[in-house]
Design a protein around this ligand. Sequence first.
Ligand SMILES: NC(=O)c1ccc[n+]([C@@H]2O[C@H](COP(=O)([O-])OP(=O)(O)OC[C@H]3O[C@@H](n4cnc5c(N)ncnc54)[C@H](OP(=O)(O)O)[C@@H]3O)[C@@H](O)[C@H]2O)c1
Length: 258
Amino acid sequence: MAYEGETMEIGVIGVGAIGGTIARKLSANGHSVRVANSRGPGAVKDFAGEIGAAAVDVYGAVKGADVLILSIPFPAVEKLPADLFDAASSDLVIIDTGNYYPDMRDPRIAEIDAGIPESVWVSKQIGRPVIKAYNNILAPSLAELGQPEGSPGRLAVAVAGDDTRAKQITMQLVNETGFDPVDGGTLDQSWRQQPSTPSYCCDYDAETMREALAAAVKGEAEKIRDNWKEIFGKLPANPTHADMIALNRSVNTPPSKS
Ligand SMILES: NC(=O)c1ccc[n+]([C@@H]2O[C@H](COP(=O)([O-])OP(=O)(O)OC[C@H]3O[C@@H](n4cnc5c(N)ncnc54)[C@H](OP(=O)(O)O)[C@@H]3O)[C@@H](O)[C@H]2O)c1
């Protein structure tokens, strides 16, 4: 299953700005998509109907799926049922889109503060390997700036993880949702695509994304993160997408590259 061009069974947990957009695109591409949030099938029924997906609960998103997109805030990861993956196929591909936003949106998580990569923490929480993808693109870019493969200046999305097959399938999905997949290395190396690193949510093409991933310096993003309130406070009221990209490029780029 899950060869290029084949229809896949895709579960999506979290149908907000990121998960909802991925679900919409993959359903439009002909995949069999089922969507869930924290409040049961009734709460996602309208959205599912709109995009041609099935409304399910979180167990229904996992059962029989080839791929699961996990697109929920970090505190919600800890609240997923402990037996969620008990009946899942051993080769279920789990794509984690998450980012840790301490003190802005999320409570502090000691292990991540101590330095473990965010998606390694997610993987430990759910007891399954994950592929990190779609975390370093802003929601409006994901929704509106996808282009067909080969388009000049096509934007890129970093994909990190350990399992070759799972990574290949994720890259295939990134490609068919309109973006150039760029290999971000192993899950241990996925800190290079976390918030406030040079590649983070800057609308870069594949070549610049590769350079930005390579330019990341361990520990620097955390220093920027400590000043987020001040940094984001400089944005105008109701910032535009262009304001966000300009800010990310100016703040996340190492001084030697700017
Ligand atoms: N927004 C961006 O530009 C962006 C970019 C890249 C990555 N990300 C990351 O991707 C993840 C999702 O972001 P988002 O912006 O799409 O979030 P969002 O718009 O707030 O949507 C979050 C979704 O998760 C669901 N959810 C929350 N708790 C849940 C639980 N316990 N079980 C199942 N579903 C649950 C919510 O539904 P209910 O609460 O209604 O159940 C909602 O559908 C976050 O980690 C975020 O940091 C965001």
